[in-house]
Design a protein around this ligand. Structure first.
Ligand code: PGA
Length: 262
């Protein structure tokens, strides 16, 4: 079962538009076969959209961030428990835009990953190198350090409890689009597959081979309907995380269909 995670980022501008996009894709994602779809809208749209999930649907909802505490004096923050209460099943953690614009550090990310798991949600951990790191031959080193730091609070036993699961996204920063479908600079599927296999080996070293083989590792960065098959056909790539392409209902349905028909 391939995983497609839609990262809406800080879009669209109004709830009406968000409902419009969701209503246009709803029938498709309810009944899709062989693909699990996760929609990650901004927090404020979650409650309204997540109520439409019924038992047996092939899709669910996720958030794009959270705080690590359960409640308390943390102005502006939102806890994993609050997200769970609204119907979220997943939480994206450590997206490069948060690392870059909000100063999110690996230490903060490690606490968030732990809190998300502890609350029975699934963290979607994003890692990946910048263009400069890639040009300096530091791709493997960067990914390795991020995994070590971001998962340093997670033990084997936590990942062996049924339903507790992490998803890792290889998302090279240079490959992320500026928000326009088809205008990005995607990573070649063979390079993405190489990075994903490196990530799996590293996870096997950190936990064990069985846990590493069960972790879903996906690719993100300018994924569109035309290139999705290239990633999903590569051994080891368990799914994709489209941003811009997930906000255009026609394009997103095409992407899902292309994933479904593999
Ligand atoms: P993109 O975004 O598909 O628009 O490149 C992916 C992401 O950053 O999550």
């Amino acid at each position: 079962m391939k995983l497609v995670i839609a990262n809406w980022k800080m879009n669209p501008q109004t709830l009406t538009e968000a409902e419009g996009i969701f209503n246009s894709i709803k029938n498709e994602i309810k009944t899709v076969k062989n693909v699990e779809v996760v929609i990650c809208p901004p927090f404020v749209y979650l409650e309204k959209l997540a109520v439409s999930v019924s038992v047996g649907d092939a899709f669910s909802f996720g958030a794009q961030n959270c705080f690590w505490e359960k409640s308390g004096v943390y102005t502006g923050e939102i806890s994993p428990l609050m997200l769970k209460d609204l119907g979220a099943k997943y939480v994206i953690i450590g997206h490069s835009e948060r690392r870059r614009y909000l100063g999110e550090t690996d230490e903060m990310i490690a606490q968030k990953v732990k809190a998300v798991l502890e609350n029975g949600l699934k963290p979607i951990l994003c890692i990946g190198e910048t263009r400069e790191q890639r040009e300096n031959g530091l791709t493997a080193e960067t990914i390795k350090k991020q995994l070590e730091k971001d998962l340093n609070q997670i033990s084997n036993s936590e990942l062996q409890i049924s339903n507790s699961e992490i998803i890792v996204v290889y998302e090279p920063v240079w490959a992320i689009s500026s928000g326009r479908v088809g205008a990005g600079n995607p990573c070649l599927p063979e390079d993405a597959a190489k990075a994903v296999s490196f990530i799996r080996d590293k996870l096997a070293e950190m936990f064990n081979r069985e846990i590493a083989d069960n972790i879903r590792i996906i690719y993100g960065g300018s994924v569109v309907s035309d290139n999705v098959a290239g990633y999903l056909q590569k051994k080891g790539i368990d799914g994709v995380l489209p941003g811009a392409a997930s906000l255009n209902a026609v394009e997103f349905i095409k992407l899902i269909k292309n994933a479904e028909n593999l």
